[in-house]
Design a protein around this ligand. Sequence first.
Ligand code: ZN
Length: 296
Amino acid sequence: MSTVIFENARCQLDEFEIIGITDRMTPFPSQLTANRLFPTVSAEEWTRIQQRYPQSFCAPNLLMGRVSCYLIRQPGRTILVDTGMGVTNNPATSDAIASGQLLAGLHHAGITPDAIDTIFLTHLHSDHVGGNVQHPTGERRPTFPNAQYIAPQVEWTTCEQLLATNPAAAVYVAEQIQPLREWGMLTLLDAETEIAPGVRAIQTPGHSPGHMSLWIKTSQGKNILIAGDAFYHPLQVTQPTHHFGADGDAERANTTRSQLLKRFAHQDLLLAACHFPEPGLGRVCEDQQERYWQPM
Ligand SMILES: [Zn+2]
């Protein structure tokens, strides 16, 4: 299997280093046009969005599908947010485009899997948990053997329902999440929780029922938000009520985005999200016309 090395994005904010790792980058299928993915965006807005974020388009009206994970390093701690697509075992799809490149990206950043002490899973969709567990020669083992895996309780409850009602759709749960439960490696959160000094898991529901994001406050008062899929595209920084077609509860997702932008208004905010265009890390800025996302 071939490996693609994507350039990692890095940024140091006070005692925190954030590294954005591209797990996969491939165009959306042609039938999933940009205006099907974001049905409430007007033609005039699309023109401005394409000018502002050209890197997120692979053709007019066709978005680049990007999956990324984030590493948070602070003295004595290494936290990975989400584990991407994972390496597929299906020979039909096991190529560099279909398979997650997270491990190659970590290697490129000089980080070995056993150096990661915490895995935070924003939500339990297959493109965010695919790298949790490896199964070489059929035997399962955690990809990150020294890590405590943390996920929202509501997300796990939803997975249990899926396992019970639709096992065919829950194969990834059985392979990538359930073993962590059996090994006693999965901690579930049912409320806002400080998971490491200055790093809080906060509730950001809507894309999925129990979705959580990480809010980091540095010792100098700067804010970093690793938003998972609470924001899907930076166009939602300008207009948070443009829901993404795959938001489970569009109205709730819109409310979550609006509340987050209000919470951090007039503050320094570094915003990263798992499907944002390259480099995935950027600042929330505002000019006379609009609020927008400025890539680092
Ligand atoms: Zn996703």
